[in-house]
Design a protein around this ligand. Structure first.
Ligand code: FES
Length: 160
């Protein structure tokens, strides 16, 4: 357990244990535990993932495969703000493809990249469940609907 303590903070371990207390088994806390660590560190490194896996009595491979299928877990470093552009069907019909290009041009990066000043990381995401407001983006935890290039200054200006 001592190597865990070196990698995860007391606060992270306590929050993960608290999560486990409410669940039938420790593995059920996998996503919650990774979100806790990500909230503190911005992303989930290999070292963090190994430590979480050990804390939850599961293999790092099993935990990593869960992370792979849950696209709000970042396994690479990201910028201060993560911009996720919905590319599912309703948003596509409402111009998400053109929007994606406009966002790339506005931020000066391609999908999967981070701006040089570490301010924004740009990623695609599947349906955000707000199709009536298509096209949509998720910036950190804020859903932005009816996105238009005309509003980019106002939208992105709120995230320093
Ligand atoms: S398809 Fe984009 S929010 Fe549903």
């Amino acid at each position: 357990m001592s190597d865990l303590i070196q990698i995860l903070s007391d606060e992270e371990i306590a929050a993960i244990e608290h999560e486990c207390d409410h669940l039938p088994d420790r593995q059920s806390a996998a996503i919650g535990a990774m979100m806790i660590v990500q909230k503190h560190r911005g992303w989930v490194s290999d070292d963090s993932l190994n430590a979480i896996a050990r804390l939850l009595d599961m293999s790092p491979e099993a935990l990593d495969s869960i992370a792979t299928f849950y696209n709000l877990i970042f396994r690479q470093p990201v910028g201060r703000h993560v911009v996720m552009v919905c590319d599912s069907v309703s948003c596509y019909v409402m111009g998400a493809d053109g929007l994606k290009t406009q966002v790339e041009e506005y931020l000066g990066i391609k999908m999967g990249e981070t701006t040089e000043d570490d301010r924004f990381t740009l990623l695609p995401i599947v349906c955000l469940g707000a199709c009536d407001r298509a096209p949509t983006m998720l910036i950190d935890e804020e859903l932005v609907g009816d996105v238009s290039a005309e509003n980019f200054d106002e939208i992105f200006g709120r995230f320093e």
